[in-house]
Design a protein around this ligand. Structure first.
Ligand code: ZN
Ligand code: ZN
Length: 415
């Protein structure tokens, strides 16, 4: 059957349901279409502000009356983060505002340029942006801060799935960061590692009782949910209570319009576009689908919000586990889980599986273990043993857990 006759062509849905006037105030000419609705500029800003405020947490939910109501903003400098910071400043730091709801407000920026070749340092740009807002402090962190070489870092040997300990020869934090990224097997793993390190650095720097706002807009949220499930992070679909995403109902298109009309200057994404990674492919798929079906991203986010991971309830599971690498909640027994679910190839099998030693695999979450042990489609010089220096917090967690596991066998000095 041919589709050449006009009546055979499926009619395109109109881009918006109403006329050319703003559907809110019904007087001004429309300037933007958001999910079939026409908005004028003023009504659009009111619409974004109300969606933002709806997601902002109540101060009482976080702070005891005696604690100072501090608010942390994870500021990547990207589109969502720029819109978020502007909304925070306009809502809580506007001229003539009464007693501040949140104070102090601190933006945390992690400079990631050391992870890439030829990406310029953006700290000066970020300082200019954040200092442009009254009463918001800026804390600059660097990705290499995750590898403090003052106490010796541990390293993992990636050739063996059980991830035995090895030693790191990196002299400086930047060397250790570079060695960490170079040892990772796939582009997906490298992107995931940069995002995990950034996340952990911000969480460690921000006050523990305060909410941390992330500028994850609806589109980015849908992409991260789907790609997270794809690389095995389904257990952490629901973020901890400290993490708040006030833009989770505002799409990338709305953020772009907001940034354009407010003349914000978001940073371009750092590093290569990552089209050879799970994240890049997922983003491309979701964004293209959403162009023709503008409810895609909200449907993904709404569906994922209903999914609650089954936490270990049986007593045999022991105390809850926190992943030593990404510091998110983890399930026990990653290796056993993998023997049941994955098709694996072993270079070393049987007896070695039983040896205990100082293997670290069981201290990691499923997603991190997969990130370290997945195999690249195009293999590099495969016989080179890949040794991965781990961040300072992972080194100290592993040392502490090792001490804990042998403490019954150690005699007290006094005895
Ligand atoms: Zn209007
Ligand atoms: Zn992890």
């Amino acid at each position: 059957m041919s589709c050449e006759k006009p009546e055979d062509v499926m009619p395109r849905k109109p881009r918006h349901d109403r006329g050319k006037t703003c559907h809110k105030c019904k007087t001004q000419p429309g300037q933007l279409i958001v999910r079939h609705f026409v908005y004028c500029k003023d009504c659009f800003f009111a619409h974004v502000h109300s969606k933002f405020r709806r997601q902002m947490p109540a101060r009482e939910a976080y702070c005891q009356p005696e604690q100072e109501p501090s608010l942390s903003v994870a500021f990547s400098g990207g589109l969502g983060a720029s819109v978020l910071l502007d909304l925070v400043a306009r809502t809580y730091r506007r001229e003539g505002a009464r007693k501040p709801v949140w104070s102090p407000i601190t933006a945390y920026y992690v400079e990631t340029c050391a992870a890439y070749d030829g990406v310029p340092d953006a700290v000066e740009h970020v300082k200019e942006v954040v200092n442009g807002y009254r009463g918001i402090e800026l804390v600059v962190l660097r990705l290499e801060d995750a590898f403090d070489t003052q106490t010796p870092l541990l390293a993992l040997s990636l050739a063996d799935e059980r991830l035995p300990l090895s030693s790191s020869s990196s002299a400086t934090p930047t060397d250790a960061l570079r060695a960490h990224l170079a040892a990772l097997p796939t582009p997906t793993a490298r992107l995931q590692a940069i995002s995990n390190l950034t996340y952990a650095l911000v969480l460690r720097a921000a006050p523990s009782h305060a909410p941390i706002l992330f500028g994850t807009h609806l589109t980015a949220l849908a992409v991260s949910l789907i790609s997270g499930v794809a690389h095995g992070a389904g257990y952490n679909l629901t973020p901890p209570a400290r993490i708040v995403r006030p833009l989770c109902e505002i799409s990338a298109k709305e953020c772009a319009a907001y940034a354009h009309w407010r003349a914000l200057r978001p940073l371009r994404s750092r590093g290569p576009p990552g089209m050879d990674s799970v994240l890049g492919i997922t983003r491309d798929f979701i964004v293209r689908l959403d162009r023709d079906f503008p409810s895609t991203v909200s449907a993904v986010a709404r569906t994922c919000a209903k999914v609650v991971p089954k936490r270990d309830s049986s007593s045999s599971a022991g105390a809850p586990l926190t992943c030593a690498l990404c510091e998110r909640p983890a399930q026990h027994g990653v290796l056993e889980w993998k023997t049941r679910t994955a098709i694996r190839s072993f270079s070393s099998d049987s007896e070695q599986d039983k040896t205990e030693g100082t293997a670290v695999a069981e201290e990691l979450c499923y997603a991190c273990h997969t990130m370290l042990t997945s195999r690249a489609r195009v293999r590099g010089p495969s016989d080179v043993e890949q040794v991965l220096p781990v961040p300072s917090w992972t080194s100290s967690t592993i040392r502490a857990r090792m001490r804990e596991s042998v403490k019954d066998f150690i005699l007290d000095d006094e005895d």
